[in-house]
Design a protein around this ligand. Sequence first.
Ligand code: GLP
Length: 260
Amino acid sequence: MKVLILETADTAQERVVSLIAQTMRDKPNAVLGLATGGTMLPVYEKLVALNKSGGPSFRDVTTFNLDEYVGLGPDHPQSYRSYMNDVLFGKVDINLQRTHLPRGDARNPEDEALRYEAAIAQCGGLDLQLLGLGHNGHIGFNEPTSSLKSRTRIKTLTKETRDANSRYFRADETIPTFAITMGVGTILDARHCLLLATGTQKADAVAAMIEGPLAAVCPASALQLHPKATIVIDMAAAAKLKLLDYYLHVHPDGTAREIV
Ligand code: GLP
């Protein structure tokens, strides 16, 4: 695990953008796993700016998002498909046909989950999986106690997650109870996992993920098993790490050296 600690949220986001851009430069037809949530909004904003100012092109890139709410069709304003179209896909030179999210309105969500898992495999797997972190340690919508070997499937959202995400819904809207999410095992199959967490409200989950036991109660701790996981955090999110000085010593200024 590479733990890159940047001074501010802004510099942490920039580091993530440069790692994504590096992947796209190395492999112009990269398969990118993408994430949603508030943490990613400035990342996509910076990625759009980079793309517009001559940065790497999305023309040959394929994307698979982590998850989608069951019951929301692609046109629903709170669907993750709408989020991605609004903040990234509609603003860069990507071929929409190569952007994938599970269909939240599929007649049979279980079948849709299987189809999605197979589609990822058919594209040769994920070169880079971008991840946010839930307050309870979830990645994607893999809530605590998710099997660490799980594949894409339906998960019931916790009350905590529904409350945290209620800010995106109107007061008269019902927040979905279920989601289709890549499994922890699906995520671990990505060739590189890149997680971004910023702010003090993520400090407990960050500590559990990096220094806690490998445990299904903190699904993000499964990244401890990954041969190439990069965790990018700001100082606020790093506040509860016991080995903070060590990470800062290994990667001063959040610079990823090859020796870990
Ligand atoms: C959602 C998403 C996750 C995301 C998490 C954190 O529940 N399914 O993929 O990482 O929330 O969201 P935020 O960045 O808004 O804190």
